[in-house]
Ligand binder design. Structure first.
Ligand SMILES: [Fe+2]
Length: 308
């Protein structure tokens, strides 16, 4: 697997893992960065950007597909370094400007990020011109109210952000996004399914060369969540537990349940989907993550066995 791939003239895809969202670099006459990863891994992010030939201080514009911590972690640093503009959907712009650290996940999911200054808005149907490369902005809410995907009609590729991964998608946080979020996500998937796509570059994970199949699997997964809402709750517990272990470089097992109990999100998810059975649900979900080798025990610590 190549971490950095040139996917069009002057346009690069950088594949990260599950703590850091993937990046895109346009290094032509325009110098543009799409998504900046998680704050903790900023140095690695900057190294990868440099490998495309772009120096971080040359960046003119950062486009953020949405304002979750794993996509905006480098925004403030790079903006201070380069004086660049930052653009995102008007909804996410609003929540950044009003310093809503619940919406952006920082306080709700106990994550790390800095605020920054948004100078541009990218709404549905807007065109982003990077020299000769044109990207169409598509509003794809569900995972985040202001999430955008970017479609290139010329080369038929889609930067899907967290709307489509390989048969899965970014967590649906109904407490923040509202109970309507699975339905919004369904509409977003329909919108993407109507495009002529040759390859999807997801927000996390490797490029998807069977776009129709990938979107179909997302649709079916979402249908199964709607059929049994506890599945959505369990998916949320698994994803955020893994994400937490990645963000914190593991956690002493002895204190992990107590830690989760002190977060905003854990109580709410267990209350909403599992009748407040905090301890039993914790043990059950952890057992599944250990059994599937997504988490392992290392000298008294729980560690996520996923690429960060
Ligand atoms: Fe993400």
């Amino acid at each position: 697997m190549r971490v950095i791939q040139k996917i069009a003239d002057d346009f690069y895809f950088i594949e990260r893992g599950w703590l850091n969202g993937n990046h895109f670099v346009f290094n032509g006459k325009n110098k543009v960065l799409i998504d900046t990863g998680y704050k903790k891994d900023l140095q690695h992010t900057l190294d990868l950007i440099r490998q495309t030939g772009l120096e971080p201080q040359e960046v003119e514009l950062i486009i953020s597909t949405h304002s979750h911590c794993d996509h905006i972690g480098g925004n403030r640093f790079i903006q201070e370094l380069s004086g660049c503009e930052i653009g995102m959907h008007p909804i996410d712009r609003y929540f950044i400007e009003t310093r809503n650290d619940w919406y952006t996940w920082w306080r709700y999911y106990d994550q790390e990020a800095d605020f920054f200054t948004v100078t541009r808005s990218f709404a549905d149907g807007d065109l982003v011109r990077l020299d000769g490369l044109e990207l169409v902005v598509l509003h794809t809410p569900g995972h985040g109210s202001g999430q955008i995907s970017l479609y290139c009609p010329q080369h038929k590729f889609l930067l899907a952000a967290d709307a489509v991964w390989d048969g899965d998608f970014g967590v649906l946080t109904t407490r923040i996004e509202g109970n309507i979020s699975p339905f919004l996500h369904q509409q977003s998937l329909e919108k993407l399914a109507a495009l002529e796509i040759s390859v999807i570059y997801p927000g996390h994970g490797s490029p998807l060369h069977d776009p129709k199949g990938a979107i179909d699997r997302c649709r079916r997964r979402l249908e199964s969540f709607l059929e049994k809402p506890e599945r959505l709750g369990r998916d949320q517990l698994k994803k955020i537990i893994l994400y937490t272990l990645l963000a914190k470089d593991g956690f002493p097992e002895e204190g992990f349940f107590g830690y989760l109990q002190g977060t905003h999100w854990y109580h709410e998810v267990v209350d909403l989907y599992f009748g407040g059975r905090y301890r039993a649900v914790y043990e059950d979900v952890l057992e599944e993550l250990l059994r599937k080798n997504l988490v392992r025990r290392e000298q008294g610590r729980l560690v996520a066995a996923l690429k960060a």
